[in-house]
Design a protein. Sequence first.
Length: 229
Amino acid sequence: MKKWVTKKNGYRVYRALFHMSNVFLITTPEKTILVDTSWRFGRKRLCRNLNRLGISRIDYLLLTHTHHDHVSNARYLQETYGAKVLVHQEGAAIVTRGESIVPKGTTWISRLIAHFIEKYVDRFIAYDACTPDIVFPSLYSFQQEGIHIQILSTPGHSVDSISILVDDEIVIAGDALFGVFPHSIFPPFADNIPRLIESWDKLLETPALLFLPAHGFSKKRRQIERSIR
């Protein structure tokens, strides 16, 4: 299981599930925080990996946005691990209803895929509705708990997209970045490309040197800078 450790406070970031949609676990001396939940059929492997790490309770579950491949196991993790679910206010009603939103494709192939999924949404991407415990408008910080983790609003892929800055060193970026291709961070799906580009600029305003996308592999800061030039 891939692991990163911050230099500042020794926070550990695990890739708890390397799947069609990645899940990350942040452990600090105070709290255990999970980021995203992946697809329904990744649940058993995710729970197995959490068990390997000795995780029996999760303090917070952060949803980077409310697309099905990020929220499908949210209610299960909330009920099983006692996690408080956090979501941006733009996505709160969506996840509460268990609604499956299909994003716009950015290429002709992804537009075809989006069109196909929309026709069969209930069959392929339905998930259990989940009532969030904490809803926030744009920024959210754990500083009041002595934890150096900040949530940033990074819309573009979706209106409710967020990224998580961990200890000023690592960004867990959800779908704001795509990590599958070696020379591009541009995602195959995005509802608002101009806002997505603005979000990239916002991420580069942070001091982070490492970026962890929900799809694919980690990206270093210089790779992000080269990709958006």
